[in-house]
Every structure is written in structure tokens, then in C-alpha cells.
Design a protein around this ligand. Structure first.
Ligand SMILES: [Zn+2]
Length: 341
């Protein structure tokens, strides 16, 4: 250890004494694999991780998790155009993330992952036609999403030898939407087991400049019966409706977590190539009828010239698959290590 190193350490100590240990919230977010959205119009922000969303308002002495918990005692503040997070608050958020993951008592597990590449066979899905170096080429949604689906399956099979990894189609065939949902709902699960439903699509637009990827999940407001009425005392109607509401909220919360997790996984891999259009809520048929945490991913626009070219490159489709895979892996870890239920 040379004098230079000691000097650098001293300099660092001096600097932290002057500036405090507070960090820029964007830098902090990275340490917990989160991302920050700042709304300058309302003067408030959100820090979201695959597990929680933390809401903050500069000057208000805590942040609020999406579970309604107040965290920490200090306020986020603005300084020289940066959003700063006090060290104590950063620590409180880190331990909130950590503590909830630690309570491993539930024994719940993801037993199966259902991968659903959209369209196929007679239904090509979206088509983009582009010119490059005087040559015309076409990108078909059905082919791009099948390629991503197969790559994803290979990664999941090797990561999870004990989980069922199922695809709605492995070739250029056309299962109906109804077939796909039935296939997934038919998978046999134990009492504490869950299956994840991951539908993969690509976008199209009349505007060639439209670009980016997005992830959809079941909206919170969508109500339907998810609890088998046989499994609880059906003479008690109030109980039935209460249980239904809880299960549904959990289901859509899990779908939302899965969506966020996959979005940030993808953003890490392709965020430099194309923009992230964020999380969307919609009652897509496929997502709506699956009684399991479900998401629908739009991997990009086949109609955009740059993305059309990317979506016909196998190495780019592999990057998309890597991103989805990382997102699923984070979700599975959180799901299997949380103390819920
Ligand atoms: Zn589609």
C-alpha cells in the first residue's frame, strides 16, 4: 500500500465530511436494481424495484412504499438540480427491500413458466417491410417472437431443471387465443405452486418513427372470479367475495411485479438500443383469462426501420431474451423468498 493510496483515502474521507454521505437518487437506485421516474410537473417521484415502488416528495420526511408503509425519517431533497437521498433514508429503503425478501416461511414456489409467442401459422401478426442497401426485407412478428420464445425457453430450462417450461407453440403453427389459455390453465400445480404466463408480441404502427418496447399486465380494476367456489364454504357468500378480492389483488400485484421486473431486465439489455415505453395495463384476452401472474411483452416495432433491422438479427433477439430471462429470474427469486400468504 503506497502513500498515494493513503492520500486518496484521506481525500475521500475529507470529501465525505464536507459533502456528507448523501447520494444522488439515480445512483442509489442502481444499488438496488431500481429505476427512478421524476415528475417535474407534480414535484414528486417514484423509485421502483422489482419488488416495491417507493413514492417520494422532496421535503416530506419519509418515502411511502406501494404497500402504504412509511419508510425512514429523512426527506429526499433537491440540490444543484439533483435529487439527493440522505444516507439514513437510503439505508432504510435498502433494509426494507431486504427484510421483506428475507422472511422465507411461505414455501410458495413457481412450478411452471408458460411462454406464449404470439400469432403463428396463417396469422403472421405485424409485418414490417424495409429497404437496406437497395434490397427489400420483411420482418414478421410471428417469426421474431417465436425466436425469442425459444431462446428464452433454453435459458429457463437450464436455470430451472425442476420447473416445467412450456411453450404455446414451438413451430409455425396457430393455436387460438383460447387454446393458449387452456394449455396454461391445464398445467397441474400443487397447493402452493404458481405458473407464470409470459406472452411475447411485437408492435406495429402506421408511423414508421414509432419505436420502443413495453410490458403489459392485468389492470388492478379488472374483477373476476379466480377462487374456485368449491374450495371454500360457498354458503358464505360474503367470505367468497372477500377471498376473491384478495386473491385477485394479489394476482394483479404479482403480475405488476413480474411486469416491472421484466421491464427493468429488458431495459438493462436493450435500453441503449431502443426506448422503454414503460408498463401498461390492459385486459388483453390472453392475459385476462389466465388465472396466474401474467404479462404481455411487446418487444419492439417491426414497422420502425431501425428496430425492423434489429428484430431480424438473431443476436439482438438473444439480447431481448436475456433481458426477459433476467426479469423472470428476479421475480422468481422474490416470489419464492417472500413471506407472503
Ligand atoms: Zn401481436
Amino acid at each position: 500500500m503506497g502513500r498515494k493510496l493513503i492520500f486518496i483515502i484521506l481525500l475521500f474521507l475529507a470529501a465525505s465530511a464536507i459533502f456528507g454521505a448523501d447520494t444522488d437518487i439515480f445512483a442509489f437506485a442502481k444499488t438496488i436494481s431500481g429505476r427512478v421516474i421524476w415528475d417535474s410537473r407534480t414535484g414528486s417521484g417514484q423509485l421502483s424495484t422489482s419488488r416495491y415502488v417507493y413514492n417520494f416528495i422532496p421535503g416530506v420526511p419519509w418515502v411511502v412504499s406501494d404497500k402504504g408503509d412509511k419508510i425512514g425519517q429523512d426527506a429526499v431533497y433537491l440540490k444543484n438540480g439533483m435529487i439527493m437521498i440522505p444516507d439514513a433514508l437510503a439505508k432504510a429503503i435498502s433494509s426494507y427491500q431486504h427484510a421483506s425478501v428475507k422472511k422465507d416461511t411461505s414455501g410458495h414456489r413457481v412450478a411452471a413458466i408458460f411462454i406464449d409467442p404470439g400469432h403463428g401459422g396463417k396469422d403472421p401478426g405485424a409485418i414490417g417491410t424495409h429497404k437496406k442497401n437497395g434490397r427489400t426485407f420483411r420482418v414478421m412478428e410471428k417469426s421474431a417472437v417465436l425466436d425469442v420464445g425459444k431462446k428464452l425457453r433454453a435459458q429457463l430450462v437450464s436455470a430451472y431443471p425442476d420447473k416445467k417450461i412450456i411453450m404455446s407453440r414451438t413451430g409455425d403453427t396457430y393455436p387460438t387465443l383460447d387454446d393458449r389459455v387452456k394449455m396454461a390453465n391445464r398445467v397441474k400445480l400443487g397447493p402452493n405452486e404458481t405458473i407464470l404466463f409470459v406472452s411475447i408480441h411485437a408492435n406495429a404502427s402506421l408511423k414508421p418513427q414509432a419505436n420502443g418496447f413495453e410490458v403489459w399486465y392485468l389492470p388492478q380494476a379488472y374483477r373476476r372470479t379466480v377462487v374456485d367456489s368449491q374450495s371454500i364454504d360457498s354458503t358464505n357468500k360474503n367470505l367468497l367475495s372477500a377471498v376473491n378480492t384478495i386473491t385477485e389483488e394479489e394476482l394483479s400485484m404479482e403480475s405488476e411485479l413480474l411486469a416491472k421486473s421484466v421491464m427493468s431486465g429488458m431495459n438493462d439489455k436493450i435500453g441503449k438500443d431502443i426506448p422503454c415505453r414503460g408498463i401498461k395495463q390492459e385486459s388483453w384476452f390472453v392475459v385476462r383469462n389466465a388465472k396466474m401472474p401474467s404479462i404481455l411483452i411487446e418487444i419492439g416495432f417491426v414497422t420502425n426501420p431501425k428496430e425492423g433491422e434489429l428484430l431480424s438479427s438473431s443476436s439482438y433477439l438473444q439480447k431481448i431474451s436475456d433481458g426477459i430471462y433476467n426479469g423472470i429470474k428476479d421475480f422468481v427469486y422474490t416470489f419464492e423468498h417472500s413471506g407472503k400468504k
